[in-house]
Design a protein around this ligand. Structure first.
Ligand code: TRP
Length: 425
């Protein structure tokens, strides 16, 4: 059976809420139980430093998030569960990747761009208050993923771009130094709940609309009482569509329970009763884990030990792999023998290619495709195959692209230049 490597990180800058549980923790633990899965789940505390300068908060959040995963049933014998900052190979790999990450690529990262756009809209300097951590965020994340050769990375939609960047960076590295990295893919599971928060928008720390996962049952009850509903009176039928309360219920209930609640909505259950039912359902799911969570939080040394064990297990992979990568890029002992031909061999199997073809309009075209099969450059129409061929020859010989071809969408000039350079070697 082919092993499938799953990897995901959780930034340690807050207290886990019900949305984190239903959207990430619960499905990840389920996935980790599959026979063909190798799961890597880690606490992204280096990433937390980008968001907060509060040391107590980082430490506390790390403790709470680790305890949440353990309380929810993560089997640390089966998975790799570790803290990012316990793996010094990750920042080292970040540097190797930094040297293969286009600045233009990072300029386009949504989170950085949003911060710049906001500054501009506010009439500030574009980079006001932006640290390099935010700018480099996708490269650190690429190192997290590529270090462990993950195939799939379960993330929220807001993270898809980061996975694509990890692929781009990995592909460029592989092209230059040989096939060291697995190209990861984002895994978006449609069946996994994105929970609404108290106000109906996505439950998120940034909207301040969360329900904590392991608050006391009194706090849970009080939070649920604060869920926004419409003004329909008891006895009036209620809409399940668009109801945050209903969606929260569904995320914790069986299909049968959900169907019963749907009927109750149609029959005009009062909002008070519906909230009571929601509280009882969530309480039933959370209470046993909560006891476990509290006993864990009270014993931080035990969690610390689990994380140390996880780090040792992760470094058993990371240390030799980083040695391989250091060798590949030329960071070598001076008496080490070069793996002769490594680079040439890698190039032979991974060269960009020009492809010539004729369109329905009877004219001739070519395109340049990267070693990984991505369209880089698309030519104009030529009247004869010879003309197209001459143009290709010119490009291979180092000529300028000029008006004969245009970059494909999202492809940087630097990437094209690099692909073309491969022909000159
Ligand atoms: N950026 C992710 C988030 O905020 C957390 C994260 C860090 C991550 N490194 C990762 C997720 C690697 C997946 C893979 O949600």
């Amino acid at each position: 059976m082919a092993v499938h490597r799953i990897l995901t990180g959780i930034t340690t800058s807050g207290t886990p809420h019900l949305g984190n549980y239903a959207g990430a923790i619960r499905p990840a633990i389920e996935a980790s139980r599959k026979a063909d899965a190798e799961s890597f789940y880690f606490l992204a505390d280096y990433h937390a430093l980008i968001k907060t300068a509060d040391p107590e908060r980082v430490q506390r959040s790390t403790l709470e998030i680790a305890a949440s995963w353990l309380a929810a049933g993560l089997d640390t014998e089966r998975v790799w569960f570790y803290r990012q900052s316990d793996i010094p190979e990750i920042p080292e790999l970040t540097w190797l990747l930094t040297c293969n990450a286009g600045k233009g690529l990072l300029n386009r990262a949504h989170a950085y761009k949003a911060a710049v756009d906001k500054n501009v809209a506010d009439g500030e300097d574009p980079d006001a208050g932006i640290n390099m951590g935010l700018f480099m965020y996708p490269v650190l994340m690429a190192a997290d993923i590529l270090m462990f050769k993950a195939h799939s990375v379960p993330v929220g939609r807001d993270q898809i771009q980061h996975i694509e960047m990890a692929r781009d960076i990995a592909a460029r590295f592989n092209h230059l130094y040989g096939e060291h990295f697995v190209l990861p893919a984002a895994a978006i599971d449609e069946s996994v709940a994105t929970l609404p928060g108290l106000d109906g928008r996505k439950m998120s720390k940034s909207y301040d609309n969360t329900i904590p996962l392991f608050a006391s049952s009194a706090v849970l009850k009080k939070s649920i009482a604060g869920i926004v509903t419409d003004s329909r009176a008891p006895g009036e039928p209620k809409e399940t569509e668009g109801s945050a309360l209903f969606q929260l219920y569904q995320a914790f209930a069986t299909p049968t329970e959900t169907a019963a609640m749907r009927d109750a909505f149609a029959a005009g259950i009062s909002w008070g009763d519906a909230k009571q039912a929601l509280f009882e359902r969530i309480e039933r799911a959370v209470a046993p884990m909560r006891d476990h969570y509290e006993s864990l939080i009270a014993r931080p040394a035990l969690i610390e030990q689990k994380l140390q064990e996880g780090a040792a297990k992760a470094r058993a992979i990371a240390t030799p792999f980083l040695n391989e990568l250091r060798h590949a890029v030329g960071l070598r002992r001076l008496d080490a023998v070069s793996h002769a031909g490594t680079k040439t061999a890698a190039k032979a199997q991974a060269l960009p290619q020009f492809k010539q073809y004729r369109e329905g309009d009877g004219r001739f075209y070519f395109k340049l495709v990267s070693a990984e099969g991505r369209l880089l450059l698309q030519s104009r129409a030529f009247e004869s195959p010879k003309e197209a061929g001459q143009c290709i020859a010119g490009l291979k010989a180092g000529g300028a692209v000029g008006g004969d071809a245009v970059a494909a969408e999202g492809v940087e000039q630097a990437e094209i230049a690099q692909a073309l350079a491969a022909f000159g070697e």
